[in-house]
Design a protein around this ligand. Structure first.
Ligand SMILES: [Zn+2]
Ligand SMILES: [Zn+2]
Length: 153
């Protein structure tokens, strides 16, 4: 479990790295977040509480919403949270929950392998990122034709 060191009346920087399994347990979000996590930032004693702020970086594995292939992206998320002084034990603050929530909240609304992913052919199901499949896609429901040029992001 990750902890950060505090100092009374001052600011202490922190930096550590570990696998998600090591930080959050083996079953953390299955295989979505794998590999090494990098965390760095600082803890400041602001009088009434401690403020922990910094950045967490991790690799995320997901399935593309459009072409259904496995893809990875690098997540880099900023965080800042206040901790009550009663949360400090032996000058340490447990940031497990803060970091775990930060990773889960960093998930984007849309999972795309790349911004201009062409998706799958509606006729034969081929991955259009690999090239044109040659299907005649002109046979399209006239109601849907207006959507043809619509950008989904
Ligand atoms: Zn895709
Ligand atoms: Zn096709």
């Amino acid at each position: 479990m990750p902890h950060v060191q505090t100092t009374k009346g001052g600011i202490l920087p922190f930096e550590f790295g570990a696998t998600t399994e090591k930080l959050f347990g083996e079953d953390f979000a299955d295989d979505e977040f794998s590999g090494d996590v990098k965390v760095f930032g600082e803890v400041a004693d602001v009088g009434s509480c401690f403020v922990v702020r910094g950045r967490i970086e991790c690799q995320r594995n997901f399935t593309c919403d459009r072409c259904l292939t496995q893809a990875t992206e690098k997540i880099s998320s900023k965080f800042a949270e206040e901790f009550d002084k009663s949360a400090v034990i032996d000058d340490l603050i447990d940031v497990t929950e803060l970091l775990r929530d930060e990773l889960l909240l960093s998930r984007p609304m849309k999972n795309l392998c790349k911004a201009d992913c062409k998706g799958l052919c509606p006729v034969c199901g081929a991955n259009l990122n690999d090239g044109e499949c040659g299907c005649d896609k002109a046979v399209i429901n006239p109601k849907l034709a207006v959507l043809k040029d619509f950008k989904f992001d």
